[in-house]
Design a protein around this ligand. Structure first.
Ligand SMILES: CC(C)(COP(=O)(O)OP(=O)(O)OC[C@H]1O[C@@H](n2cnc3c(N)ncnc32)[C@H](O)[C@@H]1OP(=O)(O)O)[C@@H](O)C(=O)NCCC(=O)NCCS
Length: 311
């Protein structure tokens, strides 16, 4: 996480909002904001260094780097290339690419890495979720400005994890809902005059669709894996809104106590939210070896997915 925290009380001084509204509607108390001289790959690099150290490998041993982000350093080259350079692994020649699936970016990246490993194409892959969303937030739009934050998390996937690892995963997208949440930025899209260049979201509709899809995809993954919801030890959901998380686990008959909740102190960090929550669960001992961990995410696109991991 970047050092600087921006609390709801700070936001009260910047726009017409209140700590009470933000906390009640989203569960967020504070989010972190990157320094002016930081870019997404800087956050990705910090997280990756920690992950590499914990995995006991050096960056030159990686076969591939995948960065799930919708806030890349620049249009090209991909953030994964900047990350590779910052990790000192440029000369290793390993493949490096970004995946933009918005808030589902980490799950898309993990599933892709899993497929590459299973096919035998790669043995060791660094998967990162990194975002600097506060740079594309419209600070004049209180309905979105209070939600997003910056951060990065990383994981190393290897071939030789025995009976542990990704048991099942499922990804989806529905481009018919592309305009539910957009950030045209410096893309080739030409917005009509007065239209948005920063994040714009139809929050209410997004909320309803998110709950339905997250429930369905989580059920589907559990069914395919032959695992019952009561066998889940820990749920690591994308941290968009605590009310979405509560609604989904209630429908799945999983007690909320099994969820890792970081949205209160991270806000919505899109593709970074799951690896950040995963890390917090590891560091606080909430996850133990052998646990069944259910991940799920929903984001702009719209994209959504779920994954079952035996830790
Ligand atoms: C964004 C979100 C928190 C807004 O909550 P909501 O309950 O839907 O609120 P609404 O947008 O309907 O707005 C309700 C009222 O609060 C007001 N409001 C919006 N933002 C506000 C803020 N920051 N402070 C105070 N009031 C605010 C609105 O103007 C509106 O006022 P009105 O009733 O007078 O018109 C919620 O819709 C959400 O979390 N959506 C899903 C986000 C998501 O999952 N995105 C997926 C990709 S990450």
């Amino acid at each position: 996480m970047p050092e600087r925290a921006l609390t709801n009380y700070d936001l009260e001084k910047m726009m017409d909002t209140s700590d009470e509204w933000i906390y009640k509607r989203t569960g967020i108390k504070e989010r972190h904001i990157a320094a002016d001289n930081q870019v997404t790959s800087d956050l990705a690099c910090e997280a990756s260094k920690i992950a590499l150290k914990r995995a006991g490998i050096t960056a030159d041993k990686l076969d591939m780097i995948i960065v799930g982000t919708c806030t890349p350093d620049m249009t090209l080259p991909a953030t994964a290339l900047h990350l590779q350079r910052k990790l000192g692994a440029g000369k290793s020649g390993c493949a490096a690419v970004d995946m933009n699936a918005a808030c589902s970016g980490f799950l898309y990246s993990m599933s892709t890495a899993n497929a590459y490993i299973k096919s035998g194409y790669a043995k060791t892959i660094l998967v990162v979720g990194a975002e600097l969303l506060t740079r594309i937030v419209n600070w004049d739009d209180r309905s979105t400005a209070v939600i997003f934050g910056d951060g990065a998390g990383a994981a190393i996937l290897t071939q030789d994890s025995g009976s542990r690892g990704i048991m099942e995963s499922e990804l989806h997208a529905d481009g018919d809902y592309a305009y539910l949440m957009i950030a045209p930025g410096n893309g080739t899209f030409r917005a009509p005059a007065g239209n948005y260049t920063k994040i714009h979201m139809e929050g209410h509709d997004t909320f309803k669709i998110a709950v339905r899809h997250l429930e369905d995809v989580s059920r589907s993954v559990l069914k395919k894996a032959g695992v019952r919801s009561e066998e889940i030890n820990v749920v690591i959901p994308h941290q968009a809104n605590v009310r979405i998380i509560e609604a989904v686990v209630k429908r799945l008959d999983i007690p909320i106590e099994k969820c890792v909740l970081t949205v209160d102190h991270h806000g919505n960090t899109a593709g970074a939210s799951i690896p950040l929550a995963l890390n917090e669960a590891v560091e606080t001992g909430k996850i133990s070896e052998g646990d069944m961990v259910l991940l799920n995410a929903f984001g702009a696109g719209i994209t959504w997915g779920s994954m079952l991991v035996k830790w």
